[in-house]
Design a protein around this ligand. Structure first.
Ligand code: ZN
Ligand code: MN
Length: 481
């Protein structure tokens, strides 16, 4: 029996525009007094007229372009009718027939995941359940929401996680949302079924849509659980014909399992019809071209560029993870662009970025303005390390200090006496001290030559990291002969 999971993802992302989708209310609804960012439009009061947020529409198109979609120049909004307490109007304004963006794709480790659409809609209010009552907060009602629907091309939970990570990365690159799953500004609903092939034929298990997954790990676990559950069910039920049933299942993160919410769901009749209060929305080719110009270099292009510098997969991905980090790196390596030692400099800079700089960023968060790092200082430091004047461990130390003091890192190393000692006389002096103070280690070395490492370490310590480690090792070996 051969089983192939068929997974699609529906992702909703809240745009971080200043105002809401169809009114001028403040769109921020995090840590805000309930029902203070509302007006007749987003409360759905009779007679209130919606006006689309131009910025939000432009951002939806921008995302479409970043996902390689075709952009519909003429679109319109529609009403999706359903009743729910957090939906004041009893309909959501959305797009069905003419989304802003269609037919895109996203590359996950060489596997192309097709994107069906990215359309513009509005968020609902929030229900807050307290004991037996439900309270409603409409601050979130009408916040711009983009829905991105993939084709069912995803084949595993790990791939789904990578897809979401990448969607999130692209969204953050283009700066339209913080796309934070834990916070709820990015939400996703996986749809899963299994293609089963055995000697009697090809079968598909009933489609399950999973709701309430509130973290990336949750998505991965929920899909893994559901794949196993559907295969088990297939084996115990011995299905002989294909099911067209669709079920909705919830995700229980504590029990780490999905549970049945609704069975045998037909496709709900939302009585979609064109929103009569909003005329068609038209973006000309020129306007779309202008939006395209605002796109930054995207993660895939960044990674390809870094690989052309001979950087490893690991380094390339790490540098491209975040746009400001990546841009700072790009600005620094410009210092030696076109020079024969460029690739070596890129590797040197990448090492400092993945180590010392990243660590400093994590510690200081916002206060560290990475764009202020100087390419000239990095290249001075690079040359000093290349000439063995400064050790790579000292380089890590002084590069951060150089940022803090705006001083040349090589000057800092000189002032602190951290210039690498390569003159034999001083190294011999250090070596003698170390041999005298570590008779036990010297004995170990006589039995096992690998024990030299400890003595070199001690010498580095005595020299405050300034000794040239290779020379130090040679001199120790010479003296111990
Ligand atoms: Zn409003
Ligand atoms: Mn939606």
């Amino acid at each position: 029996m051969k089983t192939t999971p068929i997974i699609g993802l529906e992702v909703h992302v809240e745009l971080k525009t200043k105002s809401k989708m169809f009114c001028s209310c403040d769109a921020n609804h995090f840590h805000v007094e309930p029902n203070t960012h509302t007006c007749p439009v987003c409360l759905g009061l009779p007679g209130a007229l919606p006006v689309p947020n131009k910025k939000a529409c432009e951002w939806c198109i921008k995302l479409g372009l970043a996902l390689d979609c075709t952009i519909n120049e003429e679109t319109f909004f529609e009403r999706k009718n359903y009743f729910y307490p957090d939906l004041a109007k009893s309909y959501q304004i959305t797009q069905l027939q003419k989304p802003f963006a269609i037919n895109g794709k996203l590359n996950i480790d060489g596997h192309e995941i097709r994107i069906n659409r990215a359309h513009m809609e509005e968020d609902t209010g929030k229900s807050i359940h307290i004991d037996a009552s439900t309270l409603l907060d409409f601050n979130r009602s009408g916040v711009p929401l983009v829905e991105i629907v993939s084709e069912p091309d995803i084949q595993s939970a790990q791939e789904a996680k990578k897809y979401l990570n990448k969607i999130q990365q692209v969204i953050r690159y283009i700066g339209i949302s913080d796309a934070d799953i834990e916070k709820g500004s990015m939400r996703c609903e996986p749809t899963i079924n299994i293609k089963v092939e055995d000697e009697t034929g090809v079968y598909y298990t009933p489609l399950a849509e999973i709701k309430n997954v509130a973290s990336l790990t949750g998505v991965e676990n929920a899909i893994d659980y559901e794949i196993k559950r559907q295969i088990d069910q297939y084996q115990s039920d011995k299905i002989t014909k294909n099911s067209t049933n669709k079920t909705t299942r919830g995700w229980d993160a504590d029990k780490n399992q999905t549970f049945l919410q609704r069975e045998k769901e037909g496709s709900a009749d939302y009585r979609y019809f064109p929103e009569p209060d909003i005329p068609p929305v038209i973006f000309s080719k020129d306007q779309i071209e202008e939006i395209k110009k605002t796109l930054p270099e995207l993660p895939d292009a960044k990674i390809a560029k870094y690989k052309s510098y001979d950087l490893s997969d690991y380094d390339a991905n790490l540098l491209a993870e975040d746009l400001s980090f990546s841009n700072a790196f790009d600005a620094i390596v410009q210092a030696l662009i076109g020079k024969p030692e460029f690739n070596e400099f890129a590797k040197f800079t990448a090492n400092l970025f993945s180590g010392a700089i990243r660590q400093k960023l994590n510690e200081t968060q916002e206060s560290f303005d990475i764009s202020k790092l100087s390419g000239e200082y990095f290249s001075n430091l690079f040359k000093a390390v290349k000439n063995s004047e400064i050790s790579s461990s000292v380089a890590k130390q002084v590069i951060v200090e150089s940022y803090e003091t705006a001083k040349d890192p090589v000057e800092i190393a000189k002032e602190k006496g951290l210039i690498q000692v390569s003159d034999t006389a001083s190294l011999e002096q250090f070596a003698k001290e170390v041999i005298e103070a570590n008779s036990k280690a010297v004995e170990d070395y006589r039995k096992n030559p690998l024990a030299i490492g400890f003595l070199v370490g001690q010498l580095m310590k005595v020299s405050k990291g300034s000794a040239n480690p290779q020379l130090a090792k040679e001199i120790l070996e010479k003296l111990l002969k």
